[in-house]
Design a protein around this ligand. Structure first.
Ligand SMILES: *Cc1c(COP(=O)(O)O)cnc(C)c1O
Length: 247
């Protein structure tokens, strides 16, 4: 019998295909990243067996807890998608190939310092708060271009694109507006031809809104609940200002 996670994955893949059809896009141009916060290792193993290779974590500690799985399944790439405090940079850089959530210069500087020490480079996305909600992290759309320009000065960081969390509990049109805005910012940055900056990745869309995100140009969607089921911790635990330790 098929495990529920496998069935859910199949359903998500099907919905991705439908959204691609509806918007004339090629499904090969959209990557599925599984958001794994709070998900036990056994469920992740099922996803890996089903062929999934892209996982995203929100917290340094939870990332570290996945280390046994990383050793077992070398084909899996781990990304960091949560709010990153500068004092956790070292723990995160060790494990991930892409950080989606670089949203301030100070974090870029901390990453650069750590990467210099390790003689490494790292791919990053710049997170933009397209919904203007105070509870969300991300640089404001107005400062996006400037931040990308500043981050591009750190030669250890490769800017590969942008990330956003669409407005939640909103109408489709409100959410669509967030995704469209991110795509517009991407165009704006591309037109500036900033040295070493690429804008190939648009990371947007979650369980509730990935179809809309695909229609608006997402190249990577981040899905948790639709594959793994409801989490026992509310998203505020991961996203809210109250859990922010300012640095
Ligand atoms: C949890 C999370 C997701 C996935 O959310 P679901 O609604 O469970 O699909 C995507 N992106 C980020 C940044 C997350 O924290």
């Amino acid at each position: 019998m098929k495990h529920l996670v496998e069935e859910n994955l199949q359903a998500v893949r099907q919905q991705m295909a439908l959204a691609c059809q509806a918007s004339g896009r090629n499904i090969e141009d959209i990557k599925l990243l599984l958001a794994t916060k709070t998900v036990p290792l056994e469920k992740l193993q099922i996803a890996i067996q089903a062929g999934e290779v892209l996982f995203g974590e929100n917290k340094a500690q939870e990332l570290r807890d996945k280390f046994p799985l990383m050793e077992q399944s070398k084909q899996v790439e781990w990304h960091f998608i949560g709010h990153l405090q500068t004092n956790k940079v070292k723990d995160v850089v060790k494990y991930v190939t892409l950080i989606h959530s670089v949203d301030r210069l100070k974090l870029g500087q901390a990453l650069h310092n750590q990467l210099l020490k390790e003689n490494k480079t790292l791919d990053i996305l710049v997170q933009i708060n397209t919904s203007y909600e105070e509870s969300k992290f991300g640089a404001s759309p107005e400062t996006a271009v400037e931040l990308v320009e500043q981050l591009s000065q750190f030669e250890t960081l490769n800017v590969k694109g942008l990330m956003t969390i669409g407005k939640l509990n909103a109408t489709n049109e409100e959410t669509r507006h967030c995704f469209r805005l991110l795509n517009q910012i991407r165009t704006q940055i591309k037109e500036k031809n900033i040295l070493r900056v690429e804008m190939d990745i648009l990371s947007m869309g979650m369980s509730g809104d990935f179809q809309v995100a695909i229609e608006e140009g997402a190249t990577m969607i981040r899905v948790g609940t639709s594959v793994f089921g409801q989490r026992y911790l509310p998203d505020e635990y991961y996203w809210n200002e109250n859990t922010r330790i300012d640095d």
